[in-house]
Every structure is written in C-alpha cells, then in structure tokens.
Design a binder for this molecule. Structure first.
Ligand SMILES: [Zn+2]
Length: 360
C-alpha cells in the first residue's frame, strides 16, 4: 500500500489530529498573510476580556470566538431583553423570554459555533472591587460598556497593570474607537480628561442606535485586538477613529503621545480604583430602572428568598437570577445580591424596595 491511503482514511486521520482540525477551521485566516499559522497559534494561546456583552460586546465576543481566541472572559451585569434584539446579534427571543444573563447567553451561543475555545462568563457589575481581578491574566481588554465611569475604571486598571485595551462607543449612527497601549500611546484620560457632563451627551436610550455602526466599531476593535494578540503592532491604526455611517463621515484624529500631566498615565494616580463605602447605586439610563450593588456581596439563596416573597408578589427563578414583581415594580436579584429595580428612576424608592424585599 505504501503512502497510498484512501480518502476516507485521510479524512479520519485529519479529524483525529487536533493540529489539522485547527488548520481546517482557521484555514482562511491562516492563509491571510497578516496572521499565518504562527499568528493563529498566538490567538489560540491568548485570553481576551470583554467588558459588557451588549451590542458592541456581543459582536466582539462572536468575532473573537470565531477567530479562535482560546479563552474569552465575558463580563456583563444585565439580562437579555426584547429591545436588545434589533442590534445584539448574539441573542435570541428565547434568551429574552427567559431573561438570560447576557454573559451566560453569549457563552452558550459561542459553544454552538466554536466548542474548542473556553469561555469564562461572569455576571457582575464591574467596579473597583473586581476590575483588577477581572483583567488579571488577560492579554487584551475590549470595551463593550456604555458609560464613561466604567471606561475610566478600565483605563486606570489597564494602565496600572500594563494591559492593552480598546475603547469603543456607538450611539445613533456615530461611533468612535481608540487603542490604548499604556505608556506607549495616549490613554483615555489623556484624550478625555473629564467625562462629558451627565445628560449633555446623547445616549443609546435618548438618541437610539442602529446596528451598522455597532458592526463598524466592533470590527475595528476586533481587528486591533487581533493585531495586538499576533504581535503585529506596526499595523495598529494609532488614532482616535470616528465614523458616522448615516452622514458618511470617517475621520482619524492623532491623539498625540502620552501626556506628561495626565493624572493616570503621567502621574500614576488611579483614583477610580480606590474603594468606596456603602452600597453602590446607579441609575440605568433610559430604562426606568436603578441598580443597587451591596457593599458586601452576599450569596443569595434563591429558594428561601422565593418562599419569602411568594406571599407578596409574583416570583420566577432560574439558575442565575430571581425575578419578583409587585405592583408596578419588578426586582431582579442576582446571586451576589445585586439587584435591578425596574419601574422607578427615584433612588429613594429603589432603596426602600431593596431594603423591604431583599433586606440589607
Ligand atoms: Zn494618559
């Protein structure tokens, strides 16, 4: 027989050989000279952190998972709702009906199209108590958040620990992105020293957002992540990129070098990482909802909480959250006792509902 093997045997040996499985799955990407076999192996050996699995984050997660980034840490505080489905292409109607946490839903869908990579979903609100743990061992961080407070937190943690991160935002038909390599490029604080004052800038909840701009921003962020992970840094776009897919404007602005007087990368002050006392409350913009994160995270026993609440309202429980409806309010409680209280924008109302039903 010599070297003459049947086609069937050849296919069988390829399927059994993990190397050739990789070669087959990623063949088009390996053919691309920017990546090649060596670049593909680097992607497989990497871990990326995606903070926020909404529109941008779920697009980033899907692209990086398909590209074969070996480990994806997916962090999100929220659950899927019907109004997400117009642009958050990772999720389905059944995710919305079941109120699946976005991090879990994203990990489940990734498993269906690439079971060879590892996902590490985390249902948490990113804040100063966990950001440094979350970025640990990550080769790159992608911004999928919708607010400046979290972005400054990411910027502080990434500059402090020398982790590259990729800022991205989209609202209406407009988007912006910048790649930050601590001490080599300007950081977010060099470019935007202060967040735009609350209510001055349009948000997705006041100005809406269309899916194409999400795909443009996420595509540039993912390309930059691939260049960083494959060590092709000479190909980075090195700018603040702005796009408007409705007004047909595309711009590149030079952010300059790291600023000597930048509080973060110049002076090494990481103000947002300092601890705060008490519960952390946040108005969830445009959603008629408030989030309360207890200062000391607890482990909620859903069954006993459900029993307590059944007498006063409607209760539904899945593996990740408990939903409780009473009158015009809906409380969603996560395992760490963080809660999203829907039906009010009043902090005091939310606090008293939390104290009354969850206890604190
Ligand atoms: Zn800076």
């Amino acid at each position: 027989m010599g070297g003459c093997r049947s086609a069937e045997e050849l296919v069988k040996s390829q399927i059994e050989n993990p190397k050739s499985k990789i070669a087959e799955r990623y063949s088009r990407q390996i053919l691309f000279t920017g990546i090649g076999a060596e670049g593909q192996q680097r992607l497989i050996d990497s871990r990326a952190l995606i903070i926020g699995c909404g529109a941008l984050g779920s697009a980033q997660a899907e692209a990086l998972a398909r590209a074969g980034v070996g480990r994806l840490r997916l962090v999100d505080r929220d659950f899927v709702e019907t109004s997400n489905l117009q642009r958050q292409t990772m999720f389905t109607e059944s995710d919305a009906a079941e109120r699946m946490p976005k991090a879990i839903a994203a990990a489940n869908h990734i498993r269906e199209f690439n079971s060879e990579i590892e996902t590490e979903p985390e249902i948490v609100d990113v804040n100063n108590s966990n950001i440094e743990r979350l970025i640990e061992d990550c080769d790159v961080v992608l911004d999928g958040t919708d607010n400046f407070a979290t972005r400054y937190l990411i910027n502080d943690a990434c500059v402090k620990h020398q982790v590259n991160w990729i800022y991205g935002a989209a609202v209406g038909s407009y988007g912006v992105t910048m790649t930050i390599r601590p001490h080599q490029t300007a950081c977010l604080r060099c470019v935007f020293e202060e967040a735009p004052p609350a209510a001055s800038a349009p948000t997705c909840d006041t100005a809406g957002v269309i899916m194409p701009i999400i795909n443009v921003v996420a595509a540039v962020q993912v390309s930059e992540a691939m260049k960083l992970l494959t060590e092709r840094t000479e190909e980075l776009h090195q700018s603040l990129m702005q796009f408007d897919v409705w007004r047909n404007e595309w711009r590149k602005i030079n952010p300059g070098p790291p600023a000597i007087d930048c509080p973060t990368c110049g002076l090494g002050r990481f103000d947002t990482l300092k601890s705060t006392a008490g519960n952390i409350e946040a108005v969830l913009c445009g959603r008629n909802a408030i989030q309360i994160s207890p200062s000391v995270p607890a482990r909620v026993d859903f069954q006993s909480l459900a029993e307590r609440l059944r007498g006063v309202g409607e209760v539904k429980v899945n593996d990740y959250l408990l939903r409780f409806r009473t009158g015009e309010y809906e409380l969603t409680v996560f395992q760490d006792a963080r809660s999203i209280i829907r039906g009010t924008n009043e902090m005091n109302t939310a606090r008293s509902l939390y104290a009354k039903y969850i206890g604190n």
